[in-house]
Design a protein around this ligand. Structure first.
Ligand SMILES: Cc1cc2nc3c(=O)[nH]c(=O)nc-3n(C[C@H](O)[C@H](O)[C@H](O)COP(=O)(O)O)c2cc1C
Length: 175
């Protein structure tokens, strides 16, 4: 069965990224096996650390995934440090990491009007540097994301229809 690894870029319990991640997992349903990584459990990147079980498990989960789905806010015009930390762990050896050739799907959110578009551009550039393959389609940005979450449930029919259709295409491309 197709395996998807979801990487929400926010750790907070009431996160709109995490709420949207849960909804996207629901939309995928039984068409793929979905895992959501706990990137907050990873230590800070340190090349001297070569025997950390949490790191090893995370890298293995990226390697085992047929596709990686990023759902992340923008922090200070870029990707959150906690997400970049996770990416850095899985990025070695350079150009030969588990991200090489990995199909990636990106959704960005923001509390404000811009939907994380700058973080989306940065994330694509980062993935390009690891020879990963960001899904080429219309960009999915979700402005005012916190207003779309009630009791931990993300609700916006238009966003979910738009993102869901592209996620369908992404899934179809994974075979
Ligand atoms: C450290 C920090 C930096 C932020 N920088 C930006 C930013 O550059 N652009 C933006 O649109 N929102 C920014 N925000 C607001 C986030 O979009 C908002 O807090 C969003 O809800 C975070 O995602 P989450 O709901 O998944 O936690 C920032 C928030 C934090 C905490």
């Amino acid at each position: 069965m197709t395996k998807l690894l979801f990487l929400p870029g926010s750790l907070r319990a009431a996160s709109s990224s995490r709420a949207l991640t849960r909804k996207l997992v629901d939309l995928v349903g039984d068409r793929a096996s979905c895992e959501t990584a706990d990137i907050g459990a990873l230590p800070h990147y340190n090349a001297d650390v070569t025997d950390d079980a949490t790191v090893d498990a995370f890298i293995a989960s990226v390697g085992a995934a047929d596709g990686v789905v990023f759902v992340t806010p923008e922090y200070n015009y870029s990707v959150p440090g906690v997400l970049k930390n996770a990416i850095d762990w899985a990025s070695r050896p350079a150009f030969e990491s588990v991200f090489k050739g990995k199909p990636c799907f990106i959704v960005t959110v923001s509390g404000g009007a811009t939907g994380g578009i700058r973080a989306q551009g940065h994330l694509k550039y980062i993935l390009n540097g690891m020879l990963a393959v960001p899904h080429a389609d219309r960009e999915i940005v979700v402005p005012f994301a916190n207003k779309k979450v009630t009791d931990g449930v993300f609700e916006d029919a238009d966003v979910l229809a738009f993102a869901g259709a592209q996620l369908d295409d992404f899934l179809a491309g994974l075979g």
